[in-house]
Write a protein that binds this ligand. Structure first.
Ligand code: PLP
Length: 263
C-alpha cells in the first residue's frame, strides 16, 4: 500500500472573505503540499473591512466533526485558531485529549486586526489553563502574549521573558510574533523546548494586506510538521512562507486584504 499522504487538521473559525481563519489555513496547507481537513468551531460573516458577525457552532456538531475525522483519516499534525468562547475551548480540549492528531500548534487568536473579539474575554483563562499545556507549538502575537502572561512587553528582553513564562504554562515550543511592534524589522522570538532560542527576522513591509498572517504562519508550521520536519525547521520555513506572502501582495477587497499564498 502506498504511504499515506500527509494529512493535517485546522480547528478554527471560517472567514467568508477567504483571507483568514480556516480558509487561509486550507490554502496554506494546499500550497505546502499536504492534505487539509477542518473542524469548524465558528462561522464569521467577514470581509477585508472587518468582522460583521459570528456564531459558534453547537458543541455536539463540533464533537461529531472530530469523531468523523478520527474514524477515517490519519491526521499527522493539527492546529487551533479562533475558538470563540470558554465552553468551546473546553470542548475542543476534550477532543484533543481523546484523539491523537499529532503535534498541536496553538494560535491563541483573540482579537482581529479590525478590533473584533474572536475569543470572549473570560475564555483567556481556559486557553491558559487547559489548551496551552497541550501545545507543541504556541504562536502568540505581542498583545496575545501579554494577555496570556499578564506581563507588559516593551522590548526584546521582555519578549524573551514572556516566552519563558509561556513555557512555564506548559507549551513546548514558543514563537512570539513581533509584527505588532513598531520597529523597522519584524523580529519574532523562538524558544524551543530544549532551551535553545533564536530570533527570526524579516523586513517590515508597509502594507495593509496582512489579513490572516497568524493563521498562515501556524498552518504552515502544521503542514511542515505533518511532513516530518523538526520544530525548528518547520518554524523557519513558515516564517519564510509568510514573509513572501506579505512582500508580494495581491489586490483583493477594499480594506485589510489577504496574503498572497502563491508567492
Ligand atoms: N477571522 C478568523 C476566523 C480568524 O481566525 C482570524 C485570525 O486568526 C481573523 C479573522 C483575524 O485575522 P487578522 O487579525 O489577520 O485580521
Amino acid at each position: 500500500m502506498a504511504n499515506e499522504f500527509p494529512q493535517t487538521l485546522t480547528i478554527a473559525g471560517t472567514d467568508s472573505g477567504g483571507g483568514a481563519g480556516v480558509m487561509a489555513d486550507l490554502k496554506t496547507m494546499q500550497e505546502r503540499n499536504v492534505f487539509g481537513t477542518a473542524v469548524i468551531v465558528a462561522v464569521t460573516a467577514q470581509n477585508t473591512l472587518g468582522v460583521q458577525d459570528f456564531m459558534a457552532l453547537p458543541q455536539k456538531l463540533i464533537d461529531e466533526q472530530f469523531a468523523s475525522l478520527a474514524a477515517d483519516l490519519k491526521i499527522r499534525a493539527c492546529k487551533t485558531g479562533m475558538l470563540a468562547d470558554a465552553s468551546h475551548v473546553h470542548g475542543v480540549v476534550e477532543n484533543l485529549k481523546k484523539f491523537d492528531f499529532g503535534p498541536l500548534t496553538v494560535d491563541p487568536v483573540m482579537i482581529a486586526k479590525g478590533g473584533a473579539a474572536l475569543l470572549a474575554d473570560d475564555a483567556v483563562e481556559t486557553v491558559r489553563e487547559e489548551l496551552i499545556p497541550l501545545a507543541d507549538v504556541l504562536t502568540p502575537n505581542l498583545p496575545e502574549a501579554e494577555r496570556l502572561t499578564g506581563m507588559t512587553i516593551a522590548d526584546e528582553t521582555d519578549m524573551e521573558a514572556a516566552a519563558v513564562a509561556l513555557q512555564d504554562l506548559g507549551a513546548k515550543n514558543i514563537v512570539i510574533k513581533g509584527g505588532h511592534g513598531d520597529a523597522k524589522v519584524a523580529r519574532d522570538f523562538v524558544l524551543l523546548m530544549d532551551g535553545r532560542s533564536f530570533w527570526l527576522e524579516a523586513p517590515r513591509v508597509e502594507t495593509v494586506r496582512t489579513h490572516g498572517t497568524g493563521d498562515t504562519l501556524s498552518s504552515c508550521i502544521t503542514a511542515e510538521l505533518a511532513k516530518g520536519q523538526d520544530f525548528e525547521t518547520a518554524i523557519r520555513i513558515a516564517k519564510k512562507f509568510v514573509t513572501a506572502a506579505i512582500v508580494h501582495p495581491i489586490a483583493v477587497g477594499n480594506g485589510h486584504g489577504p496574503l498572497n499564498h502563491w508567492a
